[in-house]
Design a protein around this ligand. Structure first.
Ligand code: PLP
Length: 340
């Protein structure tokens, strides 16, 4: 079936003209800016670049993509929300998500009054082809959210392309943790599938959660849609500047990823010796999902040692999700765990 983007967009958005930032076409020229009611004084008096081209060029280079395929959000969270606002008609359309997966898909669906259908995973939290095909044969979902590596489980989807191939709506591949993983990015599949949106973020492996920058990759048509319908100045000028500065030291950022992956392996070896931890799920991310005999008890005991972990996903009984920290932080945690 031919993919038709115009049939995917919510009908009332088809002709919507977004806010035009007149300035973007004058940035290189010497122009007196009296167009945006700014204050002429102060260090941060000007609005930021609405479509941050320099940052996009750098991100395109790092991700072997092109600027025309790229769009930015105030965190990839904003792009998840925008995806629903662009494609899903409230009360009518639904999204399809893995269960369990990143909790924000469901929260944004609720906020947008969009229905949620769930894909069952097996007991190792793997997506299976037969169960997927069975679910989509009965599904009306307009957008499929695939998270790989998945949060909160940590595992990657095996043969991701199969699921993309078999879904006729929009497929969002959330790759918030891809830089920690040995798997290839789905950005490589964009030229083959016009219905795919890949989401990445500078929050996790790149260590810039405070700057709030999410990166979307898709066909130039989809990318333009997001750029047109996003809030006009969604990336602050300081975030743009600081992210570019950080990305100039790519080697250092990559080195930090290697350090985290090394620590992750040490952490895993340490966890194997903890008797109350009954299962450590395989992880391609910078965290582990761990099953305990009594997760609530473990959570409270390590909280008493001033270490906060995550016990939040309703689908995960007796599991904690624990991030890989520094060697020092990890050993503190292991010593707290060993006393339980
Ligand atoms: C952390 C996370 C995000 C959100 O990232 P931001 O860019 O900080 O908004 C998105 N998806 C998943 C799966 C995450 O774990």
């Amino acid at each position: 079936m031919e993919f038709n983007l115009n049939k995917m967009i919510r009908p009332h958005l088809a002709g919507v003209k977004s806010y035009q930032t007149l300035r973007d076409s004058f940035l290189d020229k010497k122009v007196v800016f009296l167009d945006a009611n700014e204050n002429p004084f102060g260090e941060f008096n000007r609005y930021p670049d609405g479509d941050p081209i320099q940052l996009k060029m750098k991100l395109a280079e790092i991700n072997q993509s092109k600027t025309e395929n790229l769009f930015l959000g105030n965190g990839s969270d904003e792009l998840i929300d925008l995806t629903m606002r662009i494609f899903c008609e409230p009360t009518k359309d639904s999204i399809l998500i893995m269960d369990p997966s990143f909790v924000m898909y469901e929260i944004y669906a609720k906020m947008n009054n969009v229905k949620v259908e769930k894909l069952q995973l097996n007991s190792d939290f793997e997506l299976k082809k037969d169960s997927f095909l069975n679910t989509i044969s009965k599904s009306q979902a307009k957008v499929l959210f695939l998270c790989s590596p998945n949060n909160p489980t940590g595992n990657s989807i095996d043969d991701l392309e199969f699921y993309i191939q078999n879904f006729t709506g929009i497929v969002v591949v959330d790759e918030a943790y891809i830089e920690f993983s040995p798997e290839d990015s789905a950005v490589n599949l964009l030229s083959k599938y016009p219905n795919v949106i890949v989401l990445k973020t500078l929050s996790k492996a790149f260590g810039m959660a405070g700057l709030r920058i999410g990166v979307g990759f898709a066909s130039p048509e989809i990318a333009s849609l997001f750029i047109q319908l996003k809030p006009p100045y969604n990336i602050s000028s300081e975030s743009q500047r600081l992210a570019l500065e950080q990305l100039q030291n790519l080697e250092e950022l990559k080195n930090n990823i290697s350090i985290i992956l090394n620590e992750k392996e040490n952490f895993r070896v340490g966890l194997e010796t903890i008797s109350s931890a009954t299962k450590i799920f395989p992880s391609d991310a910078n965290f582990f999902l761990i099953k305990f005999k009594d997760a609530e008890l473990v959570y409270q005991k390590i909280l008493k040692e001033n270490i906060l972990t995550s016990l939040r996903h309703p689908a995960l009984k007796n599991c904690l999700r624990i991030s890989v920290g520094t060697a020092d932080e990890n050993s503190k945690l292991l010593s707290a765990l060993s006393q339980i």
